[in-house]
Design a binder for this molecule. Structure first.
Ligand code: SF4
Ligand code: MG
Length: 332
């Protein structure tokens, strides 16, 4: 399948009183049509900032897209004006966030909120928009949509509210849906239902989904491909099987050991010790070196190159790079 989004060597920083935070440091990632790509990493690793930059939602200033490109349909989104971006947001690419309540206006009916985008982007009549809104509520599994359309957000449960937010995000039939921790605020059963809903919606509409999460457990069923982020970089990318059954980056392995897995008995959960590096002055070499049990001298000096392990499976770690041996002898 063809690529629908291509992020190339993206660098994003934020000016603060304490200095420049280098939040995204050379991220390259592709999204293919109709797939679900999960972006996984600890909070502060740059996963949200990367895709807020794709949507051009970071406040500029203090934020700034310093270099790189974001190709969508032969357009580099990083170069578009606010006006051009407004046409793309919602209509071509939609984004939903962790807390459904912040995305919903408590003073407007659900119907008014779902139809707003249609009326704005597609200059549709109110009646036609309402009809589509009812279809959308049906698609996301809200019973009795005709009545529910006239109700307010507080009349829905948390899980139902997230379904409404998903309906809002999908109503203009975007090609890409970016979901930033969409299930984090929900309890486990509802989480599973929302992830199932993404799959159903994808099967029906063909939308490509980017699922941002700190929880590798969440993506075990939902993702086709996974990109693992650490300290502003993507350190490993692969198919779901590559990442779960044959992870190669010590950080990916650490993440896997720190989440409970349903498919393994008798597993011991091991947290990753230490904390991510300070992104005011990130280390020259591998940012994981201070936490990595397998760190070698070269790791602290030079950032590892991207190594292709198999089709679609890439890692940035010296352990996988033959040249590491030439660059040093013996482990630290
Ligand atoms: Fe560990 Fe070195 Fe690989 Fe970084 S490059 S993850 S420090 S082995
Ligand atoms: Mg985040």
């Amino acid at each position: 399948m063809g690529k629908i989004l291509e992020v190339q060597n993206l660098h994003v920083s934020f000016k603060t009183f304490g200095g420049n935070v280098q939040a995204v440091r050379g991220v390259s990632v592709d999204l293919y049509k109709g797939e679900t790509l999960a972006i996984v990493g600890e909070s502060g690793c740059g996963k949200s900032v990367t895709f807020q930059s794709v949507m051009r939602l970071i406040p500029e200033p203090p934020g700034s897209i310093d270099s790189g490109s974001i190709f969508y349909k032969n357009k580099d989104l990083s170069k578009l004006s606010d006006k051009q971006m407004r046409k793309i947001r919602g209509k071509d690419i939609s984004m939903i966030f962790q807390d459904p309540m912040t995305a919903l206006n408590p003073t407007l009916t659900v119907g008014d909120q779902i139809t707003e985008g249609l009326i704005e982007h597609n200059s549709m009549s109110k009646r036609a928009a309402c009809k589509l809104a009812v279809n959308m509520l049906e698609l996301v599994g809200i019973p009795d949509p005709d009545t529910r359309l006239n109700q307010y957000p507080h009349q829905f449960s948390g899980g139902m509210r997230q379904r409404i937010v998903i309906a809002m995000a999908l109503v203009c039939q975007p090609e890409i849906l970016i979901a930033d921790e969409p299930t984090t605020a929900l309890d486990v059963t509802i989480q599973a239902q929302i992830l199932e809903l993404f799959k159903e919606v994808q099967e029906k509409t063909g939308v490509s989904i980017i699922l941002i999460t700190h929880d590798l457990g969440v993506v075990a069923q939902a993702a086709d491909r996974i990109a693992v982020m650490y300290a502003g970089k993507i350190v490993e990318t692969g198919g779901r099987r590559d990442i779960f059954y044959s992870p190669q980056h010590p950080y990916t392995k650490g993440l896997l050991h720190s989440v409970p897995r349903l498919d393994l008995d008798d597993q011991e959960l091991v947290p990753i010790h230490g904390t991510p590096p300070d992104l005011f002055s990130p280390p020259l070499g591998c940012p994981f070196a201070a936490r990595c049990n397998e760190a070698m001298e070269v790791c602290t000096k030079i950032y590892p190159y991207r190594t292709q392990l198999s089709d679609g499976h890439h890692v940035e770690c010296w352990l996988q790079d033959e040249r590491a041996k030439q660059l040093q002898s013996g482990r630290v």
